[in-house]
Design a protein around this ligand. Sequence first.
Ligand SMILES: O=C(O)CO[C@@H](C(=O)O)[C@@H](OCCCCCc1ccc2ccccc2c1)C(=O)NCCCCCc1ccc2ccccc2c1
Ligand SMILES: [Mg+2]
Ligand SMILES: [Mg+2]
Length: 343
Amino acid sequence: NDQTEETANMQRCYYWLDKTSRSFSAVIKALHPDIRRAVCIFYLVLRGLDTVEDDMSLDENIKKDLLKSFHDKLFEPGWTFKGIGPQEKDRQLLVEFDVVIAEFLRLETKYSEVIADICKKMGAGMIKFAHKQVETVDHYNLYCHYVAGLVGIGLSRLFSVSNLESEMVGKDVECSNSMGLFLQKTNIIRDYHEDLVDGRTWWPHQIWSLYAGKLGDFVEPQHEAAGLKCLNHLVADALDLVPEVFKYMSRLQDQSIFNFCAIPQVMAIATLSLCYNNRNVLHRNVKIRKGQAVQLMMRATNMTAFYEIFEEHCLELKARAPSNDTRTHHALDRILSLINAQR
Ligand SMILES: O=C(O)CO[C@@H](C(=O)O)[C@@H](OCCCCCc1ccc2ccccc2c1)C(=O)NCCCCCc1ccc2ccccc2c1
Ligand SMILES: [Mg+2]
Ligand SMILES: [Mg+2]
């Protein structure tokens, strides 16, 4: 969409949006003009925070101080950070972060206060998980709440205060949280091998320890079957979020907001389906084909099609899931009955 009337700073922000996000830049740029800038800045602020979190070369104390104070930097015009390791893909965003701050400070207060509040909460949450691994399923849900659930909660508040969506959208924290968890859990499941190589694992010990002595065991042939059982267990856990995703999506009124929310969700169900019982996940990064992604993007523009896309992937999963995988079958049956009930 047309950004020529934007300031030079804002055009630089759209440049960084394109540079730092394959999956979100197009849908953010297609948002209604009233909230497009706010969501773009919201993304860049949190991507900057996440770049600090992801940098494993950063001294622990510097990292913790910066995660805790990052929301304050939003009010320090000219602030930048050059301490991110050279291997971090988005390090240059923080080198030029003064551009993001300048645009953040130009936002209406009703938007900037939401962004600063979520940034503060996310930074505090990331500190709690700065240690290496996630222990229980509750910790797993809590971590995903901090890094993605809060994004959904913040976005929903932005949608409501812009008056493009009802107050209910911003009030239903549970559904907003589930929107983020579904995306983050899908990423964590998909990124098993990549994260293992990076020495960061987000698969909860309480689950993977049912299937192996060490999380890294799953890359070995003799532990592959156990690895697939663990993978399928996590997919079923993610599928339990779908009823609340449906509830959230059904409330949306603005077309550009519907598309913005629907596209990442349909990508996620397609990715989860690809990952289920797929041994490649244990050895390399799997991704849905570009052609399939384009098809999904074009279809996911209304609730009927949204249900159809989920129904197709859930029926395909049901056909592949062995009958003794009761966790997955229960999750799928619940989703399919919800889809039939709304017809
Ligand atoms: O480093 C990477 O490239 C991936 O990092 C992952 C990680 O480190 O775990 C991880 O970093 C999480 C912390 C930073 C969150 C950044 C973010 C993402 C999308 C946004 C969309 C709109 C507005 C603001 C947004 C902020 C990551 O990017 N995971 C991708 C899933 C996060 C989904 C966030 C989210 C939540 C609810 C949503 C509801 C509707 C539409 C989009 C939504 C998007
Ligand atoms: Mg990251
Ligand atoms: Mg991160």
